[in-house]
Design a protein around this ligand. Structure first.
Ligand SMILES: [Zn+2]
Ligand SMILES: [Zn+2]
Length: 346
């Protein structure tokens, strides 16, 4: 299947128009026309080869929303014309305990990434969503409810599920005090989900100018972390802290904000290890945990939850020829709150 895309032809280079062939539709596959593809910070890391050796040419993009154009003979989940979403992975071993539990993101063999990797045949290079079309096994795609706009949905497939999954796992509910560290593409989804689940939500942000946005998204409190003294009154305050910050910081300052049995979940990926004082964990039986995207059943559950609560990502829709500029602005945190490529401009 012929495909138009934007690709990085080598590490650390600008993305340029690129054409290639996707694999043909298999009996369990679905073909889709991509409507929108979100720009995730991990796309930028991989194009820059900051996460180890990468495969070039690389078509990034793992926040994909589109319309089904063809289905294989054995497909039962989708019909032509359905709205469909694709996230961070397109396959996994299907046999391990994680896969059996629908937690494909934790597959013991490693999930098969949507791009910058080989598909499970061991030879087809996976090409991502900065493209006009896509082919995927139906088991790894999700249905997008009809009432949700595709541009705002695209970032839900990575940024959204990355926050939805820990919010569900740690059972956020009314009466809980939840803090979201960082108000970016990830954090703003955490605010929306935690608010929708009835928690009292505080945004802890380095950027005081984001206060109005945080409150508009439903946050109940906003605390600027520019002055660390602002954190002191919040000591032993939160049941759950969702840490979306990838910049280096003193994690103990934040662990101290957890109440008895509270958990700080690491979602952002800093370059250096955290230095955790054991005493900070012991005092209050606190936990520090991690969470990575979400599995296929949870992605579907999230989209259905979003349909019910009218939740989508705040997006800036761009044309494909703006991708390189959007990368620079994403690195500078100058986006409200996710860039989404209009795939009709590719
Ligand atoms: Zn992502
Ligand atoms: Zn597996």
């Amino acid at each position: 299947m012929k495909s138009r895309a934007y690709a990085a032809l080598a590490a650390k280079t600008d993305l340029v128009p690129y054409e290639f062939e996707r694999r043909e539709l298999g009996s369990n596959d679905v073909a889709l026309d991509i409507s929108y593809a979100g720009i995730c910070h991990s796309d930028i890391h991989q194009v820059a080869e900051e996460w180890g050796p990468a495969i070039f040419p690389m078509v990034p993009g793992h926040e994909i929303a589109g319309i089904v154009t063809a289905v294989g003979t054995k497909v039962s989940k989708f019909s032509v014309g359905d709205k469909i979403g694709v996230g961070v992975f397109v396959d996994s071993c299907r046999a391990c305990e994680s896969c059996q539990k629908g937690l494909q993101q934790y597959c013991v063999e490693g999930m098969t990434g949507t791009y910058n990797g080989l598909e499970r045949d061991g030879k087809t290079v996976a090409m991502g969503g900065y493209s006009n079309n896509f082919v995927i096994n139906e088991d790894y795609a999700v249905k997008i409810p009809d009432n949700l706009p595709l541009d705002g949905v695209a970032p839900l497939l990575c940024a959204g599920i990355t926050l939805y999954s820990p919010i569900k796992h740690w059972k956020v509910k009314p009466g809980m005090k939840v803090a979201v560290m960082g108000l970016g593409g990830l954090g703003h989804m955490g605010v929306k989900f935690a608010v929708a689940m009835g928690a009292e939500v505080t945004v802890l942000s380095h950027s005081p100018n984001k206060q109005a946005d945080a409150i508009a998204m439903g946050a109940h409190h906003f605390v600027s972390t520019k002055d660390p003294a602002n954190l002191t009154p919040l000591t032993k305050n939160f049941d759950l802290i969702l840490n979306t910050v990838s910049a280096e910081l003193n994690i103990n300052d934040y662990l101290n904000l957890l109440t008895l049995d509270g958990t700080l979940v690491v979602i952002g990926l800093p370059g250096k290890p955290y230095e955790v004082h054991a005493g900070t964990l012991l005092n209050g039986r606190r936990s520090m945990a991690g969470s990575m995207i979400g599995g296929v059943p949870e992605m579907q559950e999230m989209l259905d939850f979003c349909a019910k609560h009218s939740i989508v990502s705040d997006v800036e829709v761009i044309k494909a020829d703006y991708i390189n500029q959007a990368y620079k602005r994403t690195v500078a945190s100058d986006v409200k709150y996710r860039f989404v490529i209009d795939a009709s401009t590719i």
